[in-house]
Design a protein around this ligand. Structure first.
Ligand code: 2IT
Length: 449
């Protein structure tokens, strides 16, 4: 089990008492703080400076009403949120999630994770997250636009290219970013890089769509290299069918691997021939349809569909959870181990329940936490910000080269830090300690903020 330092224990007890009902946030705080024992022990200054007490408290949180009119003319009301969690390294940066499951706890967990993820990229990015409990499923394009415009009325005063730069997440893609951006421009009378994930003709970066999935595949490749192996010839199980899964499928296939599963809230599909080419394009159609179901794939390509099941019982060499938080439990991990899985690379944020993560860490499986392996998305957002502020546009080769470099650097940082703090091959400790160190030191430099 993990070594628990007394300062870490005290802070965990306090946060649990204070925010006990925020289950996902508490889970994320445990996941990070339980890794920090070795560095906290070595550097008493973090305790003296109350870094843990400060880092678990968002710098600011906006919660606002989002009224909008549906197609039948009725007023609907949702809750909008934007959390600026930590700005020690740069403007708040992180996505907006539009999903029925969104609560303050979900966004606090995502914002907290984002701090360390963004720090790991080495780019000047603080951590933030936002969104709404708005459910895009079954909504018309007109309703989505109405909602986005109203959401931006609640938000525009609190964001800006040097303050807070939101992006997409679940339920927020290029279309939504477009509506949000258009409304911001109108309200502020300025065309500036306030959001990332923009369309390619109006400030977006090439490769941003691909970046999260490609980054995860690059990270998995780096992990395999440490064991003299590669993705080439490997079978991959992927969950989800959205933006992250799409990028993973494309890059893994290009690297010579074969992706045999995708999943949705309705179940999973098994495609023994592999998801590739036109099937990959169909993933985009499924996403845009707003139906939120993967069975359409099985019907279209005549492959097996397993209703209400997750894909982790399928025999695979690599598992890429790319759907949502807490999508894998202990039993799933046991199945993967039993079937000889070599590597679990997280594409989504905190997909493993705490016990599932503990089990996998104690196994020999290569395992990377999302804050390391899915950092390619936000890293590319950071590159979009650079292009916006210099009014330049880089080629896809240029962006991809930088993305790959960022992922290789994150991998190296994780490996070196895990070793330095006495837990070799533990990517969770490596990622948490390396990310924490950069943020904590910046916080100390900047005084009691
Ligand atoms: O979870 C994530 O890293 C994102 N949704 C991307 C955030 C960003 O600012 O690009």
């Amino acid at each position: 089990m993990r070594y628990v330092n007394s300062y870490v224990r005290d802070v965990l007890e306090a946060v649990t008492e204070k925010n006990g009902w925020e289950i996902e946030f508490i889970q994320a705080v445990h996941e990070v703080l339980l890794s920090l024992g070795p560095i906290i022990e070595r550097e008493p200054i973090y305790r003296e400076e109350k870094i843990l007490e400060r880092i678990i408290e968002p710098e600011r949180t906006y919660i606002f009403r989002v009224p909008w009119k549906d197609d039948s003319g009725h007023i609907q009301v949702n809750t909008g949120y934007r959390i600026g969690f930590n700005s020690a390294l740069g403007p708040y940066k992180g996505g907006l999630r539009f999903h029925s499951s969104v609560t303050l706890s979900i966004l606090k967990f995502l914002g907290f994770e984002q701090i360390f993820k963004n720090a790991l990229t080495g780019l000047p990015l603080g951590g933030g997250k936002g969104g709404s409990d708005f459910n895009p499923r079954g909504k018309s394009d007109n309703e989505i636009e109405n909602f986005c415009q109203s959401f931006m009325i609640g938000l525009y005063n609190h964001i800006g290219p040097n303050t807070d730069v939101p992006a997409g997440d679940i339920g927020v893609g290029t279309r939504e970013i477009g509506y949000l951006f258009g409304q911001y421009k109108r309200l502020k009378n300025v065309f500036e890089g306030v959001l990332t994930g923009k369309g390619l003709d109006w400030g977006g970066s090439l490769m941003r769509q691909e970046a999260t999935g490609y980054g995860a595949a690059y990270f998995a490749e780096e992990m395999f290299k440490t064991r003299g192996e590669s993705i080439d010839g490997k079978i991959a199980a992927v969950s989800g069918f959205g933006n992250v899964a799409w990028g993973v499928v494309k890059k893994v296939t290009e690297m010579g691997g074969k992706v045999v599963t995708l999943s949705g809230p309705d179940g999973f599909i098994y495609d023994k021939d592999g998801v590739s080419d036109e099937k990959t394009k169909f993933m985009l159609k499924m996403r845009i349809s707003g139906n939120d179901r993967v069975q359409d794939y099985a019907e279209k390509f005549k492959v097996d569909f397993f209703p209400d099941k997750r894909p982790w019982g399928v025999k695979c060499d690599i598992a890429f959870p790319c759907a949502c938080e807490n999508e894998m439990d202990e039993n799933d991990v046991r199945e993967l181990i039993r079937n000889g899985c070599l590597c679990v690379t997280e594409g989504s944020n905190m997909p493993l329940k705490q016990k599932a993560a503990d089990l996998i860490i104690s196994s020999k499986i290569l395992y990377s936490p999302g804050k390391a392996s899915n950092a390619g998305g936000v890293a590319c957002s950071g590159l979009e910000m650079v292009q916006n502020s210099t009014k330049m546009k880089w080629t896809s080769e240029e962006v991809d080269r930088r993305l790959r470099q960022v992922m290789t650097d994150i991998h190296r940082r994780c490996v070196e830090t895990a070793e330095e703090y006495g837990t070799p091959e533990n990517y969770v400790n490596g990622a948490n300690i390396a990310g924490f160190k950069r943020v904590a030191n910046a916080m100390i430099d900047q005084g009691a903020t």
